[in-house]
Design a protein around this ligand. Structure first.
Ligand code: ATP
Length: 236
């Protein structure tokens, strides 16, 4: 079933045309990657889906409803969570406060149940609930940022460059986490410059260049295209 359907999306920052007519879809239960060089427009695409930048034209449909010009609160309530680039945890608030704020717009089960679910996924945070988030390691902050995103009980989790600056062992942990979340029925859209993670953990991926989708396919298909790999995916 189609969960997210983006068509003809255009976004500009003043004279900079960051997205030039992007078409992309994500089906329920898929892990979809978004790869491309620095500045290709990956963050802008996720921000446009989240309502954080103004959409100039095109549409974003989620579970069949148009969200292209909706407020971020409504988009979160519809079931989209966005884990931004650079984690953006609130450094002076405790781990517990960070998690609870992620669940402010959530229906369904209670805050305690959602918190327990996040701590089952990230046991390393359990002993640190009172600690200030800014004192966690980069990897722990990434886990916290993802845990915070999950607190809104999303249907679609969007992650912007989650592996940036993290040690290989933490990147491996992320890969396993995505597989666990998929088994639990979550759908994931993952923006990554780390081609190994993007293609090793996804069902399909899109290659974005200069605000346009260059190509898309299964990791197997994309890895067969040698020109593509050297131009956009780096060594993998
Ligand atoms: P990165 O990995 O660096 O985040 P990206 O693929 O996510 O790269 P975007 O951050 O979406 O790319 O940027 C797309 C284009 O829009 C780039 O040319 C960038 O310079 C420009 N851009 C992004 N944010 C702004 C902004 N707030 N104001 C002006 N231009 C911007």
């Amino acid at each position: 079933m189609r969960l997210l359907d983006v068509e003809g999306l255009e976004v500009s920052y003043g004279a900079v045309r960051a997205l030039r007519g992007v078409d992309l879809y994500v089906d329920s239960g898929e892990i979809v990657g978004l790869v491309g060089a620095n500045g290709a427009g990956k963050s802008t695409l996720l921000r446009a889906i989240s309502g954080l930048v103004k959409v100039h034209s095109g549409s974003v449909r989620f579970s069949g409803a148009e969200l292209g010009r909706a407020a971020t609160m409504r988009i979160v309530a519809a079931g989209i969570a966005h884990v931004p680039e650079g984690r953006r945890v609130w450094p002076d608030m405790s781990v517990a406060e960070n998690l609870k704020l992620g669940g402010v717009i959530a229906g369904g089960n209670t805050e305690a149940e959602r918190l327990e679910r996040a701590l089952t996924l990230f046991p390393e945070l359990r002993d640190r609930l009172r600690q200030k988030a800014g004192t966690l390691s980069g990897g722990e902050q990434q886990m916290l940022a993802i845990g915070r995103g999950l607190m809104s009980r999303p249907k679609l989790l969007m992650l912007d460059e989650p592996s940036l600056g993290l040690a290989p062992v933490v990147v491996q942990r992320l890969k396993e986490l995505f597989a666990t979340l998929k088994r639990d029925g979550l759908t994931i859209l993952l923006s990554e410059q780390n081609a190994r993670l993007a293609l090793g953990a996804t069902d399909r991926a899109y290659v974005l260049a200069e605000g346009r989708i260059l190509t898309s396919g299964t990791p197997h298909d994309l890895l067969e295209n040698a020109d593509l790999i050297s131009a956009y995916l780096g060594e993998s």
